[in-house]
Design a protein around this ligand. Structure first.
Ligand code: NAG
Length: 729
């Protein structure tokens, strides 16, 4: 019965693009997989079996973010899909035929832009992401340690900057990599930039980088001149890759396009970091990457409206993308979360409604190393982490789909840290399908032809069937179908039994906003307030006037005030979009992309280790016995949960993290005060900004007051605090 209606939909679909008004995916119920080229046989196998695939969507992957496609040209020569580059049109006509067959079988077809290699700048990723966060991370071990002898200077173009993006076994060349450009020549890109700037509620102006075009020489403070990876043909032709993505989708008759944005290097290179060591000592912000990612999505959205209004837009998003709280660098934690207050309509465009292709969360490539585990009570198992990360999207009010991965995960790096990898087994699949999947409309997996690495890994057909039944209903005929295989890749011992357990707890949406922030209020431990659409909770005593998000006042996530997002910040002024024109010749690549969309949900890096006998001021952060700690006030005692001068923070490990301010004036903002408020009370005592500070730093039983450096409107100032509390003496 159902098969008949699929067949009917199919017949219409072939005849015209209009048939897409009745798409096979209804109400966001999508079960789909990525297909990575390479081997063109993959598409033929899928198309020939379309009606019996236990999926209703495929994502063809990946096209270059610096692609060009002239409408009506019917060739993929500038697209970088690497389907079959020996064909005169690079496979355009063949793909179009197979797309029609898939649609006739009730399967939507999307084209995905990006993926790991088309997001990775080896130099920047090595210098800004890997090197910066300490030598103990598995990523450092598998790259800078292994190929640079532990020296960043040992990483160069010859060794692809210590093979930071891909190991040598992948066979990549410099031309395998590229980045997402900022096409300053494009009218719709400029519109997208204006939208991003005008609606921003983030306390920082966008700084655009149109100069980062493939082949351009980029002068860096780190190590002189480096070459930007990628192609500049789009720029020479005066095209906009995000517009051309829509054009090629239209000419191929596709259902949707996908932006798989994973520029970790960009977040680290353009982060705002107030710590002197530039290691996110007090946490960093990735607002510039929020701006870039939002502009890319908005440019695609504008072009969908202008060129092909039925086209859907999806994105493969970082598992940690909706996670609130301090960002320590090295991943895309909070990238999506930061979009919500400023660009709710854009977030919605992908999540619900006629053009929604989905927020597809890459809840894989997660490590069970203690430093990577989400905070208690979340468990560190794969299903526990998937549940936690998906719940963050719900808490941010974002409609999202669950991600699954076949075979060996891309992270942690198999060469040095296979022990912490969590490949998807049948039982883990069962746990995710039972406890988490019921609360999300759809699910997807990477990748349709990726083999199992061991018989313990779930087979793609087993996964697709169980996910299909969970999403579309147990009696849906296509859910009993099979994913075709290229070779006999079902390993001996594989089972098709997936144990289904009870559903997990229902994730909750954004909580109501707490009382608005007041700069004159003295916040003490556990007090809550809201600011700019987010809730905050005071974790230890800080001076009145301390800005939300500074140490002591961590963000708790988005909040909802009558469904609207509140703002107390004026939008930043508009910024320049001009930049130097690319000057070097094109780098046109034809190498295969060989890694899945990766998602690294790093845990909390350790602060500088505690040093016995050292005097630490209030709000100093250290690491000790596997945890980060913060001082509640001046102390020289050993960190301990029974010592009230110390507060235990989360478990830590890996890179360097927050740095101590022990017995030293902080060189960066540790407390921000409002200079217009000359005096206020704190714990019953007084704070005098700019008052004479003669007894710097000392704050103990004999010193009821202390002086410390603070940042006021970007300039250093002295703050004199008196705390009459005698509880500690
Ligand atoms: C690629 O296309 C060429 C030309 O049509 C064809 O001869 C060849 O078999 C194709 N390659 C694969 C792997 O299908």
């Amino acid at each position: 019965m159902l098969l008949t209606s699929f067949a009917l939909a199919a017949a219409t679909a072939v005849s015209s693009v209009q048939a897409l008004a009745n798409p096979p995916v209804t109400d966001g119920k999508v079960v789909g997989g990525y297909v990575l080229f390479g081997d063109p046989m993959k598409l033929k196998l899928l198309a020939d079996n379309a009606a019996n695939l236990p999926i209703n969507r495929v994502w063809l992957s990946f096209v270059r973010p610096d692609l060009y496609y002239e409408p009506g040209s019917n060739t993929l020569v500038g697209v970088g899909l690497n389907y079959n580059n020996t064909q005169a049109d690079y496979g355009f006509a063949e793909i179009k035929r197979y797309v029609q067959k898939l649609q006739a079988g009730g399967v939507e077809v999307f084209l995905a832009m990006g993926g790991w290699d088309y997001n990775c700048w080896p130099w920047s990723y090595s210098y800004y992401s890997i090197f910066n966060y300490g030598s103990t991370t598995p990523t450092y071990q598998s790259t800078i340690q292994k190929y640079g002898g532990g020296q960043i200077t040992g990483c160069n173009e010859g060794n692809q900057f210590c093979y930071s993006c891909e190991p040598p076994s992948n066979g990549n060349t410099f031309d395998s990599f590229t980045i997402f450009p900022e096409p300053g020549n494009s009218a719709t890109w400029k519109q997208a930039q204006d939208y991003v700037t005008k609606n921003s509620k983030m306390p920082e102006s966008p700084v655009w980088h149109p100069e980062l075009v493939g082949g351009a020489k980029y002068t860096t403070e780190k190590n002189g001149v480096v070459t930007v990876p990628g192609s500049n043909v789009w720029a020479k032709k005066g095209r906009d890759p995000y517009q051309d993505l829509v054009y090629v989708a239209k000419d191929l008759g596709l259902d949707g396009v996908d932006i798989d944005y994973e520029e970790f290097w960009h977040a680290d290179m353009f982060k705002t970091d107030s710590s002197a060591q530039k290691n996110c000592g007090n946490g960093c912000t990735l607002y510039q990457t929020v701006y870039k990612f939002s502009a890319i999505l908005q440019d695609v959205r504008i072009n969908i409206k202008n060129i092909y209004p039925s086209l859907k837009l999806s994105t493969a998003a970082s598992a940690a993308g909706a996670w609130a709280g301090t960002w320590w660098g090295g991943n895309h934690k909070g990238l999506t979360l930061n979009m919500v207050p400023s660009y709710p309509d854009l977030v919605q465009f992908l999540g619900t409604g006629a053009n929604a292709g989905g927020w597809n969360i890459m809840t894989y490539d997660l490590s069970n190393s203690a430093v990577n585990c989400p905070p208690s009570p979340a468990s560190c198992t794969l299903d526990g982490q998937v549940n936690f990360y998906m719940a963050q999207y719900t808490a941010a009010g974002i409609v999202a789909n669950v991600g699954y991965e076949i075979g060996t995960p891309a992270y942690p790096p198999p060469a040095v840290d296979a022990a912490h990898a969590m490949p998807l087994s049948n039982s883990l699949t069962g746990a995710i399908i039972s406890a988490t999947q019921p609360y999300y409309k759809g699910g997807f997996f990477w990748e349709l032809f990726k083999p199992q690495a061991s018989p313990n890994d779930i087979h793609v057909t087993t996964l697709a069937r169980v996910l299909c039944k969970a999403v579309l209903g147990a009696n849906t005929p296509r859910c009993s179908g099979s994913i075709p295989i290229l070779a006999n890749d079902i390993l001996p011992g594989s089972s098709d039994t997936v144990p289904i357990g009870p559903p997990g707890p229902t994730p909750s949406g954004p909580p109501p906003c707490a009382e608005p922030y007041s700069p004159t209020q003295q916040y003490t431990t556990a007090m809550k307030f809201s600011y700019n659409g987010y809730n905050y909770m005071c974790s230890y005593w800080v001076a009145a006037g301390t800005q939300p998000g500074q140490p002591g006042l961590p963000q708790q996530g988005l909040c909802s005030s009558n469904g609207a997002v509140t703002s107390t910040l004026a939008p930043p002024p508009s910024s320049t979009t001009a930049g130097p024109k690319p000057t070097t010749s094109a780098v046109q690549t034809s190498s295969p992309v060989t890694l899945p969309p990766a998602s690294t949900a790093n845990g909390t890096p350790c602060s500088t280790p505690w040093v016995a006998g050292t005097a630490y001021n209030g709000a100093a952060q250290v690491s000790y016995k596997g945890f980060n700690w913060v001082t509640n006030w001046w102390t020289n005692s050993e960190p301990s949960t029974t010592d009230s001068s110390w507060k235990q923070l989360s478990a830590c490990g890996g890179g360097s993290g927050p740095t101590t301010t022990a017995a030293q004036p902080p060189t960066s903002a540790s407390v921000i005060v409002d200079p217009t408020k000359p005096a206020t009370t704190a714990n019953g005592g007084a704070i005098f900004n700019g008052a004479s500070c003669s007894t710097f730093g000392a704050w103990g039983c004999n010193f009821q007051c202390q002086c410390s450096y603070v940042t006021v409107n970007g300039a250093f100032a002295l703050q004199y605090q008196c705390n009459p509390s005698s509880a500690r003496c």
